[in-house]
Design a protein around this ligand. Structure first.
Ligand SMILES: Nc1nc2c(c(=O)[nH]1)N[C@@H](CN(C=O)c1ccc(C(=O)N[C@@H](CCC(=O)O)C(=O)O)cc1)CN2
Length: 285
């Protein structure tokens, strides 16, 4: 078997085209979705991601502002900025790019963002609402993953989904969204014993460990759906996933590449959440 490749980049482009049309409609009603992205420090990867967010915003018609602050920014200064943004009517979405410098407590910052503007979907209130099946902003990468599978009409109901990795950004929430779609979910992590047996039984395998080629074709079941969330920089500067694409492609039924897989969907779902927030603020939802 040779898997069908799910290109997130293609789905992202078609969704962004649809959003652009929708935002033209909002502009005509005087509603301009606004996003503020806060970047602390000069990590090259984070800089490139926020640049991608600016580019997507410009494309779909979201009014986006980038606030760049030095590494020396204190937690109090960042909290004060968030307080100002929480009160600003033109800002519908606030995103603080992660990771933050070690002297700033990520949890404190995430909890300071108003849940109404939490377009990252990381606030405990957003997570609680997601877990209880209420309307909320879903975290962008997990939401993008679900959209990628839906775009191929992949039924999730009753499937055994194995999530490798338990981060708050990807692993935990993607498992929750899969559960909402009636999949049976197993989480694997660094302390899991006999991880191979879970991986081998996965109908859907989500790999988010941040280790290049952690999974290869020998590990997976014939016909498995393999979603690679890893973005690992190799010595020659290119990007590679957590899955050895070539060998896994021979056994899987669907597989996502790196790059052009899950990554572009993360930014697209951020646009979705920002537009949704603007609609909610204007009582259109
Ligand atoms: N506040 C947040 N911080 C971080 C998040 C997040 O969702 N919210 N996620 C990641 C980084 N991230 C977005 O911020 C992100 C990662 C990767 C991509 C992407 O498009 N990747 C491309 C390759 C890009 C490249 O060449 O480097 C791909 O996979 O094709 C977009 C966004 C951590 N921080």
């Amino acid at each position: 078997m040779s898997a069908e490749v799910i290109y997130g980049s293609e789905l992202a482009q078609s969704l962004r085209d649809e959003m652009k049309e929708e935002v033209i409609g909002l502009h005509s009603k005087g509603i301009i979705p606004g996003l503020t992205v806060v970047l602390i420090g000069d990590d090259p990867a984070s800089k490139s991601y926020v640049k991608g967010k600016q580019k997507a915003s410009n494309y779909v018609g979201v009014d986006s502002e980038l606030i760049e602050l030095p590494d020396s920014t204190t937690q109090e200064e960042l909290l004060s900025l968030i307080d100002t943004l929480n009160k600003k009517d033109s800002v519908h979405g606030i995103l603080v790019q992660l990771p933050l410098p070690a002297h700033i407590d990520e949890e404190v910052i995430i909890e300071a963002i108003s849940p109404e503007k939490d377009v990252d979907g990381f606030h405990p209130i957003s997570i609680g609402r997601m877990m209880t099946g209420k309307d909320t902003f879903y975290p962008c990468t997990p939401y993008g993953i679900i959209q990628m599978m839906k775009s191929k009409n992949i039924s999730l109901e009753g499937k055994h989904a194995v999530v490798i990795g338990r981060s708050n950004i990807v692993g935990k929430p993607v498992g929750q969204l899969l559960l909402s779609e009636n999949a049976t979910v197993t989480y694997c992590h660094s302390r899991t014993k006999n991880m191979e047996q879970y991986i081998a039984s996965a109908d859907i395998l989500i790999v988010a460990v941040g280790k290049a080629h952690f999974i290869n074709g020998d590990h997976i079941k014939d016909g498995a759906i393999v979603i690679d969330v890893g973005v690992n920089r190799t010595e020659d500067g290119s990007l590679t996933g957590d899955v050895d694409f070539d060998s896994a492609k021979e056994k899987a039924s669907y597989i996502t590449p790196v790059p052009k897989g899950v990554g572009p969907m993360t930014i697209t779902m951020l646009m979705h959440n920002t537009i949704k927030s603007a609609k909610k603020a204007n009582e259109l939802l």
